[in-house]
Design a protein around this ligand. Structure first.
Ligand code: NIG
Ligand code: FE
Length: 411
């Protein structure tokens, strides 16, 4: 059979072909030794033992030289579309001001909103595309992108259009989310009017423009649980799927919503109450950890990783790239998930591939190396799997492939 690309001589191929994992170990990860993968027309058409690969004739053969091959990384949480710079806030935080204090004083998200409203669509798209390229170069083959720095209808509409442009123009797969971020200053004294406007006008617009998700920053200083319920139930009625910012700054009861509604992911979770964890393990919800975001807010608490693992809750890891947290490189985030939060390297990898695909409702098309999935494939400069996140702190990729396109290849 003729194929476009054959990757041969793979030392260990991590397929994650069993699907999203509540417990990640070498047995559940679907590892094949001495493997090969064939790609045709953007999809994986065959995986198997290298000794069976001779029957394929390929336009291009990459010899992986015994290295590790995995699915492409998936970043399920980014605020990629914004203008302006908040470097001054790093200094404020270092002097002891908290993230919440800066926000309450009209900085933080409010500062970025001012800048983003002024920026032309083309500038926002151009900046975001440059970051997407950097992400892809470092192995991120699927990226979720949120609105959220417009707040008012016309400005959020511009950000929805920016996401549509990214979907068309980015080399990797882009998933779009309408985010209810904070109450705009214009509506400070009339919160319920804003929530009504968001649900009745922005939610249907996002659905009509085919964004996939609605998300709410449900936390102290942002939206209450009641407001969040209104937004997500309206979102679900309009055909949008739901994800939430939850328990980052305080426990206000937000994570309980994952027991009442179908929530694909709850993210942050520093203040996640342990009592809810057994219930979460009965849902499809992914608990997504954002270690670089924790560092950027100088968080004083960590999410309850051991309890989540013990109960078998799906774990995810994402960058939360935003103007308060300017690291777009998911490789770094995964290393920090290991060293800061105690995930095993294989758990961190699953969290940003197969479990991430599950959280974006993209499994089995993405996040796994299996026949019929998109050819989002990485070759790592690791000689054995145990070196994952053991060697860290720089870009370890030799080859990046997205939807069958070779973005770079050092082999
Ligand atoms: O996920 N927590 C809320 N939203 C973003 C931060 C946005 C910002 O500070 O601009 C987050 O961390
Ligand atoms: Fe966020």
């Amino acid at each position: 059979m003729r194929v476009d690309l054959l990757i041969r001589n793979i030392g260990e191929l991590v397929t994650f072909k069993e699907g999203p994992l509540r417990r990640v170990d070498k047995d559940s990860a679907g590892i094949i030794h001495n493997a090969a993968v064939a790609v045709k027309d953007s999809k994986i058409v065959w995986i198997g033992s290298d000794s069976d690969a001779d029957r394929y004739e390929a336009s291009l053969i990459i010899n992986a030289e015994g290295r590790i091959v995995t699915p492409g990384l998936i970043d399920t949480h980014t605020h990629l579309i914004f203008a302006g710079d908040r470097s001054h806030e790093l200094w404020m935080k270092l002097e002891g001001r908290t993230y919440s204090e800066i926000l309450e004083a009209g900085g933080g998200i409010y500062y970025t909103v001012e800048e983003t409203r002024k920026a032309p669509l083309e500038d926002l798209v151009g900046d975001a595309l440059r970051v997407l390229d950097k992400m892809l170069d470092h192995g991120t083959t699927v990226v979720e992108v949120k609105t959220g720095y417009g707040l008012l209808y016309e400005h959020e509409a511009k950000l929805i259009d920016a996401i549509l442009e990214l979907k068309k123009r980015a080399q990797q797969t882009v998933i779009g989310t309408l985010l209810a971020h904070v109450i705009p200053r214009e509506y400070k004294e009339k919160r319920s009017e804003y929530v009504d406007c968001f649900t009745r006008r922005l939610v249907p617009l996002a659905a009509e423009k085919k964004l996939e998700f609605v998300d709410v920053f449900c936390d102290k200083g942002a939206f209450t649980v009641e407001e969040t319920k209104k937004i997500i139930s309206w979102g679900i009625r309009n055909g949008l799927k739901t994800r939430l910012h939850s328990d980052e700054l305080a426990n206000i009861g937000c994570s309980r919503l994952a027991l009442e509604y179908e929530i694909y992911s709850i993210d942050h979770l520093e203040y996640l109450p342990e009592s809810i964890i057994p219930g979460l393990a009965m849902t499809r919800t992914v608990a997504t950890l954002l270690p670089t975001s924790m560092l950027s807010v100088f968080a004083d608490k960590k999410p309850p990783v051991k309890q989540l693992r013990k109960n078998g809750v799906y774990l995810g890891v994402a960058t939360d790239y935003n103007p308060n947290n300017m690291n777009p490189i998911l490789q770094t985030t995964l290393d920090l998930a290991v060293y800061l939060l105690g995930l095993t390297p294989l758990e961190a990898l699953a969290a940003a591939t197969v479990n991430a695909a599950w959280s974006l409702d993209l499994y089995p098309d993405h996040g796994t190396i299996r026949e019929g999935a998109y050819a989002d494939i990485l070759i790592w400069d690791y000689e054995k799997l145990s070196q994952l996140s053991y060697i860290w702190g720089y870009d370890r990729l030799l080859t990046v492939i997205t939807k069958g396109n070779i973005i770079r290849n050092a082999l």
